[in-house]
Design a protein around this ligand. Structure first.
Ligand SMILES: Cc1ncc(COP(=O)(O)O)c(C=O)c1O
Length: 446
């Protein structure tokens, strides 16, 4: 049953003023896809039509939508403390959430810096990396290494280390001193792999070439998504992350895992670092920390990194970085309630158990018209479609529109890839429903 309609159900009478992000504005405004309410696995349009959420919002509502304990926690917090200054003052829930997050992270990743988004988390991590080398008198280490096809948000740091061409090419020369590892995807070698592909670990060795070119003494950090999400779901080849870790250790480079998508259960664990048994020096997170209910991001750092800054006079600021809304009280309240829900409902373990069911259903789409590849990992799948002649990206775009308007399903598309990544409360029946709807959609755009 849809929840009772409220004022938010009204259809706006002016679509013009709002400039939508990462959206073709003219096409959207000609045929808007409006969502007025949500509960658990479903959205509801202003006229009350239920739409199944195949993407956990934007990979963030891992506990499902409008969960009562999260809503109640936000409401109670808004009534008790709306805001306290984030600099020189703090509120108790910031400490509580930091220690809860640290407890979920592997090994000595035990200090948490809060911000408000994945993009801010990435810029924060890159800045910490540079400053860390600086405070240890290794200030020549300024280069940052990302990866082709990587997505690290939209800040200048994130697009500089990122590797998605459209996100970079309009924005000038970006950060200086950035280099990129090769992408890990090769369709000829990996097509229709379930989970981590067998081929591709050797691509990590390109880091040796980059070190040989620039010298380790100029390189601060390497940042990768353990599973590259936004570019179209590229699971890491078996052994790849281990090799990256080994090379970073050999040359004293910090390894940053951008877990903005993979954090909080998406791959069946609190963090992908745990799934792969590879401990990075920093983990960025956002999205699932509050199940999307309040913006929040952060960086978890290893103890030696935090300790390196804790020098000098005790009254002096150690890191000149932070946001007005770092550890915002509403975000902390939402985060604590979300982590409680993950634990009480065993949602990470649930994702782990459902992974084979999910992967089987996804691979069931093989053989449908225009399907070139299917990849699965955790509760995530990607389906690459063949482009229409002269209209790259059009088939997947049409699929997204068809899925919403005609099948009642939200899917995410990037380029010619359909990505599916529902809330972790998805039932087996709903998994079947998602892939049935996607099959109909693929046929409809053939
Ligand atoms: C790996 C990764 N890093 C960073 C970001 C940016 O997060 P935000 O959109 O919250 O700034 C994203 C968003 O999808 C992401 O997938």
């Amino acid at each position: 049953m849809p929840p009772a309609s409220g004022p938010s159900a009204a259809v706006p009478n002016d679509l013009e003023s709002y400039w939508l992000p990462f959206t073709p504005n003219r096409a959207f405004k000609a045929d808007p896809r409006l969502i007025a309410r949500a509960k658990d696995m479903h959205y509801y349009t202003p006229d009350g039509r239920a739409v199944l959420d195949g993407t956990a919002g934007l990979w963030c509502t891992n506990a499902g939508h409008n969960r009562d304990p999260i809503v109640a926690a936000i409401q109670a917090q808004a009534a008790a403390l709306d805001y306290a200054p984030a600099f020189q003052f703090a509120h108790p829930k910031a400490f509580e959430l930091a220690s809860r997050v640290a407890a979920l992270a592997p090994k000595d990743l035990d200090h948490v810096f809060f911000c408000n988004s994945g993009s801010e988390a990435v810029d924060t991590a890159l800045k910490i990396a540079l400053a860390y080398h600086n405070v240890r008198s290794e200030g020549s280490r300024t280069r940052l290494i990302g990866r082709e096809r990587g997505y690290h948000g939209v800040g200048f740091g994130g697009i500089s280390v990122g590797g998605i061409v459209a996100n970079r090419k309009f924005f000038g020369s970006l950060l200086a001193g950035v280099d990129h590892l090769p992408a890990t995807y090769n369709r000829a070698e990996q097509a229709f792999s379930m989970g981590e592909p067998d081929w591709g670990a050797h691509l990590a060795d390109d880091l040796e070439r980059i070190v040989a070119l620039h010298d380790a003494s100029t390189i601060a950090a390497v940042i990768v998504e353990p599973m590259a999400g936004s570019t179209g779901v590229l699971p890491p080849p078996k052994g790849y992350l281990e090799r990256l870790r080994a090379i970073c250790d050999k040359y004293g480079l910090l390894l940053i895992f951008d877990e903005v998508i993979t954090g909080f259960g998406r791959l069946g664990h609190a963090f992908a670092a745990e799934r792969y048994g590879v401990v990075p020096d920093m983990i960025t997170f956002a999205k699932g920390i509050t199940s999307g209910a309040v913006p929040m991001g952060g960086v978890i750092v290893r103890k030696p990194i935090y300790d390196a800054f804790m020098r000098g006079p005790e009254h002096a600021v150690e890191l000149f970085h932070g946001y007005t809304y770092s550890a915002h009280p509403l975000a902390c309240a939402a985060g604590l309630a979300t982590l409680d829900l993950y634990r009480e409902e065993g949602l990470f373990e649930r994702a782990r158990k459902l992974e084979p069911v999910w992967a089987d259903k996804a691979m069931g789409l093989k053989g449908l018209p225009n399907v070139l590849d299917i990849r699965t990992i955790g509760i995530t799948a990607a389906i690459d479609l063949a482009s229409r002649p002269d209209a790259v990206g059009r088939r997947a775009y049409d699929a997204m529109v068809h899925a919403f308007n005609d099948e009642g399903l939200v899917v995410r598309v990037t380029g010619e890839t359909i990505a599916l990544t529902p809330p972790l409360i998805v039932s087996e029946d709903q998994i079947s429903e998602i892939f049935d709807k996607v099959a109909k959609t693929i046929k409809a755009v053939a």
